[in-house]
Design a protein around this ligand. Structure first.
Ligand SMILES: [Zn+2]
Length: 109
């Protein structure tokens, strides 16, 4: 993902509307690119501050942002693990089916 591509994802990320591979690529980019992280953080802080003014909540917006990124990465990791386990299960099912076919072929035909 290039810097110019990240602009359109800033608000989607802040509003939790960015998902899948785009979300993964976005997180990877902002973690390695200070200027894109700063731009996203500025947007996040501004938006958060406006909401807080209405709700009178906490003001540790930077901490909340770091937690949000950490949680998002955990979700992505779990999602990747589930995808991998699903693949392993499919492969096992395929092998089981193959054995069954060999068994049927060997004993009944
Ligand atoms: Zn960048």
């Amino acid at each position: 993902m290039k810097c110019q591509d990240t602009e359109k994802y800033i608000n989607l990320f802040i509003d939790d509307k960015l998902t899948g591979i785009r979300l993964k690529e976005y997180i990877e980019h902002i973690e390695g690119c200070d200027s894109c992280f700063d731009e996203m953080e500025t947007n996040y802080l501004l938006k958060g501050a406006l909401l807080r003014l209405e709700e009178e909540g906490s003001y540790d917006l930077h901490g909340e942002l770091i937690t949000k990124i950490r949680n998002t990465k955990k979700c992505l990791e779990v999602h990747e693990m589930v995808t991998m386990l699903r693949r392993v299960a499919l492969i096992c099912a395929g092998i089981a089916l193959l054995f069954e076919l060999v068994f049927v072929y060997a004993f009944y035909l």
